[in-house]
Design a binder for this molecule. Structure first.
Ligand code: ADP
Ligand code: ADP
Length: 225
């Protein structure tokens, strides 16, 4: 796993400063949850780590390498979004292996990757279906499969469970926790859900108006609000 270091990270859209100089040190293998009111800059911060947005100032370091000018595909990360961003016309299998196909990874290796994760994600019976034939929870498992086969050092999640019903959210939360324990990858995870944050986080970063107001283990954050 790779650590992530943010140094005086800033982002403006036009004249509006949205991220106002954030310093944050994330250790390898940590599960950091970003919380805070809507519009405080959580998604933007995640997008600065992934490279989907460009910095207005400061430095982002992933695994000891400054990635300020590195495009997303060359960062050792995978993302899972609230909207699943699956290809509607491709099967589940092809959605998962799309990136490997583009990189001309041998078919046997693709099959092995699918086999390795489809059992874990309980989607092995769905591999020949298209996304339109899946429930929300199943689609989110496929999105996770696609992220997992990239085998990155860092996972970024932007409210991955918000579109799911309560029961499924609890199940998936447990599974994400298990996956983290098993794979030990560094995770940065945005959520509105306090229980999700407390269950998953090794440390919670509380954001407000483009700054981090508190950073610490869940016990500390929720005992001293
Ligand atoms: P959060 O994820 O905490 O809800 P966001 O990071 O999505 O917050 O947004 C932070 C602020 O930045 C909001 O005021 C939002 O309107 C603004 N913002 C986000 N993306 C853009 C953009 N592409 N252009 C202009 N403003 C943006
Ligand atoms: P590759 O695996 O060769 O990078 P992909 O097709 O998987 O190719 O990805 C194409 C682009 O989309 C890259 O910039 C990659 O970072 C991004 N991308 C696609 N899916 C994901 C994902 N699940 N997580 C992170 N990035 C992704």
């Amino acid at each position: 796993a790779a650590g992530i270091e943010l140094k005086n990270v800033q982002k403006s859209f036009g004249n509006t400063e949205v991220i106002k100089g954030i310093d944050l040190n994330i250790e390898p293998g940590e599960f950091v949850v970003l919380v805070g009111p809507s519009g405080c800059g959580k998604s933007t911060l995640l997008n600065l780590i992934s490279g989907l947005e460009t910095l207005s100032g400061g430095d982002v370091t992933i695994g000891g390498k400054v990635v300020n000018n590195t495009p997303p595909r060359d960062r050792d990360i995978a993302m899972v979004f609230q909207s699943y961003a699956l290809y509607p016309t491709k099967t589940v299998r092809d959605n998962i292996t799309f990136g490997m196909q583009a990189r001309r990874v041998p078919k046997a290796e693709q099959d092995a990757a699918v086999a390795a994760f489809s059992g874990l994600l309980q989607i092995d019976h769905l591999l020949d279906r298209k996304p339109g034939q899946l429930s929300g929870g199943q689609r989110q498992r496929v999105a996770m499969g696609r992220a997992l086969v990239r085998d990155p050092d860092v996972f970024l999640f932007d409210e991955p469970l918000s579109n799911l019903d309560a029961k499924l959210r609890i199940d998936m939360r447990t599974e994400i926790k298990k996956l983290h324990l098993r794979l030990g990858k560094t995770v940065v995870y945005v959520t509105h859900d306090q229980i999700e944050a407390m269950t998953l986080a090794s440390r919670i970063a509380v954001m407000d108006e483009g700054r981090i107001r508190q950073y610490g283990p869940p016990e500390e954050i929720y005992e001293n609000p």
